[in-house]
Design a protein around this ligand. Structure first.
Ligand code: AMP
Length: 283
């Protein structure tokens, strides 16, 4: 497993690799969610490259850039259990040299949900992912359904900017109590993690209602909101029932595929979770 920080050195190393290359971009503090992407890449591709980079461009002022966990040695140990050919560990000077001013942004999907709450977030994501794609030149890239909106935006970017890369979506991995795995869960105490699991339980309740035939999106939103609000430590940012393709809120009766998603604060920690639902298969 080769670890490389410099872009020029990575490019040289990349020239020596042929066949399919699976790419797993991460911000590190790796957990089983990230590792499921690496496992999938090992299944699908001849080679696997992982990047670990806490991208400052996707953090707004006052967010947790400074405190974001960076346990690099532990991360590398975890990756050692898989077949990882290269780990790309760029630094800010490499990625954004002084005077850097070229941005990649998507104009529609990135305006709602996470984009509404964190206005510069997706521009930071699409810019760094575009750069990483150009540097790594993968044939496949693996993204988690944990960040469903990000996945939709990356898929759109790859199609619209003609990247010859297949985007593979990987299921959301949860803790035993249902809490969606996230590097930010490291900010939570054990007691807080128990409280945070109610986000999942609330979503499950919404899903059960859909399974039993409820089609009024507001009933689903209200039910999820009520359950989350029953936990005094949880503060809702949004509860959304949106069209799965356009991510616009559903106002009429649910008839097509939807994304049900939430963002919730537990103290200063912002947690997101979601599920997809298709009325045609009732799944
Ligand atoms: P991050 O390090 O948070 O930027 O995430 C890197 C990649 O791992 C993204 O594609 C995420 O969607 C994915 N990921 C993070 N958490 C999970 C999870 N619990 N299950 C599946 N994928 C995840």
């Amino acid at each position: 497993m080769k670890t490389i920080s410099r872009i020029s050195q990575f490019r040289e190393w990349r020239k020596g690799i042929s066949g399919s290359v699976g790419f797993v971009p991460t911000m590190g503090a790796l957990h089983d969610g990230h590792l499921s992407l690496v496992r999938k890449s090992n299944e699908v591709c001849k080679h696997t490259v992982v990047s670990i980079y806490v991208n400052p461009q996707q953090f707004a002022a006052g967010e947790d850039l400074e405190h974001y966990p960076r346990p690099l040695e532990k991360d590398l140990d975890k990756l050692d259990c898989f077949t990882v050919d290269g780990v790309f560990l760029p630094n800010n000077d490499n990625m954004y040299p002084e005077g850097f001013s070229t941005k990649v942004y998507e104009e529609h999907l990135s305006k709602v949900l996470e984009g509404n709450s964190r206005p510069s977030f997706f521009q930071g994501v699409t810019t760094v992912v575009a750069k990483l794609f150009n540097i790594v030149q993968p044939s496949h890239a693996f993204f988690g359904e944990k960040d469903a909106q990000q996945l939709a935006i990356i898929k759109k970017m790859v199609t619209e900017l003609n990247y010859p890369i297949e985007i593979i979506s990987c299921p959301l991995i949860r803790e035993e109590n249902g809490l969606a795995m996230s590097s930010r869960n490291a900010y939570l105490s054990d007691d807080e993690k128990k409280v945070a699991a109610h986000i999942y339980l609330a979503l499950q309740e919404g899903k059960n209602q859909l399974h039993s035939g409820v089609r009024d999106p507001q009933i689903i939103r209200n039910s999820i909101s009520k359950q989350i609000s029953a936990q005094p430590l949880l503060k809702i940012d949004y509860v959304s029932v949106a069209d799965a393709n356009h991510l616009s809120e559903i106002t009429e009766s649910i008839s097509g595929d939807i994304l049900v998603s939430v963002a919730v604060f537990l103290g200063k920690t912002r947690l997101i979770d979601n599920f997809s639902y298709s009325p045609s298969s009732n799944k």
